[in-house]
Design a protein around this ligand. Structure first.
Ligand SMILES: [Zn+2]
Length: 92
């Protein structure tokens, strides 16, 4: 008997690796304010779980972009520059 569709442990690890470390939208929402402010204010890198979440979650990404545009003025950036810096950090 053969099992043509069985996944090896290696394959399973590859499939799940991209979504680790996992963060919920609630967790993301709690951290995103401080993270975006830190990024724009002092070029602090985003925490890896947050970065992974924003790259995989369109709703939270939009939230983070709106936030970046909103606080850009305080950081002496234009909203466009602030969003570009966020996008650059996410693409790192
Ligand atoms: Zn999310």
């Amino acid at each position: 008997m053969t099992e043509p569709t069985s996944l090896t442990p290696d394959a399973i690890e590859r499939l799940t690796a991209d979504t680790e470390p996992w963060l919920s939208c609630d967790d993301c929402f709690e951290q995103v304010d401080a993270a975006v402010e830190g990024l724009l204010g002092s070029s602090a890198p985003l925490a890896e779980p947050l970065r992974v979440h924003l790259n995989g979650c369109g709703a939270c990404l939009e939230e983070a972009r709106s936030l970046a545009a909103l606080i850009a003025d305080e950081q002496e950036l234009t909203p466009t520059d602030a969003v570009a810096r966020l996008d650059g950090e996410l693409a790192r």
